[in-house]
Design a protein around this ligand. Sequence first.
Ligand SMILES: CC(C)(COP(=O)(O)OP(=O)(O)OC[C@H]1O[C@@H](n2cnc3c(N)ncnc32)[C@H](O)[C@@H]1OP(=O)(O)O)[C@@H](O)C(=O)NCCC(=O)NCCS
Length: 281
Amino acid sequence: MGVFEIGNAGSRDLAMMTGWAVDEGWNQGLSDRIPFAAADPHGFLVGRLDGEPVACVSAVRYGADYGFLGYYIVRPELRGQGYGMRMWRAAMERLEGRTVGLCGVFAQQDNYRKSGFQAAWDAVGFVGTPRPAGPLPDGVTIVDAGTLPFAELAAYDRRFFPAPRDAFLATWTTLPDRTTLAAVQDGRIRALGVIRPGSGPIRIGPLYADTPDLASALLRALGAAMPGEITVDVPEANADAIAVMEECGLRETGRMAWMYRGEAPDVDVPGFYGVTSCELG
Ligand SMILES: CC(C)(COP(=O)(O)OP(=O)(O)OC[C@H]1O[C@@H](n2cnc3c(N)ncnc32)[C@H](O)[C@@H]1OP(=O)(O)O)[C@@H](O)C(=O)NCCC(=O)NCCS
């Protein structure tokens, strides 16, 4: 047994963690680590065995009351020796006193339950090439969200996310490899979505909309902005969202469990069509 130490990740470690996640078969947005670091620069932990990185976890703090756990990975050859639990404890310590969310693979759900988490809903993965857009609902225009006041965009996000996350959003929505679109009606945001290249299919997230018609219009507009096969993780708690994905021509590929420890946050489920990411919520 060597010496195992847990420390903060640097930006190279973040790139390494993304690579490990891809090795696990998780689709990663190609530049996501940049906004991830902006969300909480101290929220990424690496476990080193005799100085060599072998494990990671993220424990990102949002505001005073919320946190999200992700990137829970031990390198395959070292599993089953207690390193995972040590990473997990360090992560939970960092998020002590907060409601904690995670998006878990089914194989780990029982463990998370033992650690005090409860499933809220399934995040259903949909994939496919969206059907072309039809006419927009009356009075609705779709605009580059960068032309809108950031405060309005952040306020709209806040309806669907449990805490403010301005530093994260400012980067997530504006990186050059991605497109952020909003549906606007009477000068107000009625839908919002981001599309970005991934290690697998192109990813959409988040996707929010006031109505199913607006969700469908925005998803198709995002698809047209970055043509190809796309994927989106949809909260099953919103039946309209599942129906919109099917109507847009996408098919289900798999499921993860969205879980919380502590009181489940009160977000606007009927307008919630796609999660931002499985790693940071
Ligand atoms: C999940 C993972 C990080 C666990 O790491 P590990 O080093 O193998 O775990 P440990 O050796 O510390 O586990 C010790 C015990 O605690 C359990 N355990 C692990 N994490 C736990 C948790 N968060 N809560 C409760 N129990 C847990 C293990 O099942 C094991 O139980 P057992 O002895 O009865 O089999 C590792 O298996 C892995 O990298 N898996 C692939 C990536 C993945 O799926 N990550 C989770 C994504 S949601």
